[in-house]
Design a binder for this molecule. Structure first.
Ligand code: CMX
Ligand code: CO
Length: 143
């Protein structure tokens, strides 16, 4: 069951400049940052609020680390902006299987590693009304 907006992914050319915009404009601080080589991103997670399921909602600011990454390709085509949304669940495997059975393309056979040791998968934007959609089970507090 999907129980929260886990994050909104925002693609940018310059992570440090974008982090500074969110800090100066809204007062949001970096909760966590990391490089995910598999996804080809350097990212900062800004925690916005806790959620009733024991998780939280974040903004995920994404800067590509290589030319052939999905985010680099998207930035070249669209410029900076909202790249994807992510729903949180305690069971990414089960929810991905249920959604796949409804005819929506799930991009990975098995969930991969996302921010903060979470397990993630993606739904194809062309099957989701033009919205790249991620499913996330966070490392903490979920089975
Ligand atoms: N949102 C909406 N539509 C998108 C999109 C996005 N983020 N990315 C691509 N599309 C659309 C394109 O506009 C294009 O549509 P048209 O054919 O109408 O022009 C179509 O999808 C194909 O796009 P493409 O540029 O040819 O890109 P690919 O098919 O090579 O890749 C996708 C698209 C979704 C398979 C790829 O981006 C992907 O695997 N994404 C999942 C991984 C990811 O995004 N990782 C970064 C974030 C990591 C994290 O959140 O932790
Ligand atoms: Co994401």
């Amino acid at each position: 069951m999907l129980t929260r907006i886990d994050h909104i992914g925002i693609a940018c050319f310059d992570l440090d400049r974008t982090v500074e915009f969110y800090r100066a404009t809204y007062g949001f601080e970096v909760f966590h940052s990391e490089v995910n080589e598999e996804q080809g991103v350097r990212e900062a997670m800004l925690k916005i609020n806790d959620t009733g399921d024991g998780g939280a909602s974040y903004l995920q600011l994404l800067e590509p680390t290589r030319e052939d990454s999905t985010v680099a390709k998207w930035l070249a085509k669209n410029g900076e902006g909202v790249h994807h949304i992510a729903f949180g669940t305690a069971d990414v495997d089960g929810d991905a299987a249920d959604i796949r059975a409804k005819g929506v393309r799930v991009l990975y056979d098995e969930p991969r590693i996302g921010s903060m040791g979470s397990r993630i998968t993606f739904l194809h934007p062309k099957d989701c009304g033009g919205v790249l959609t991620e499913l996330v089970t966070s490392a903490a507090a979920e089975h």
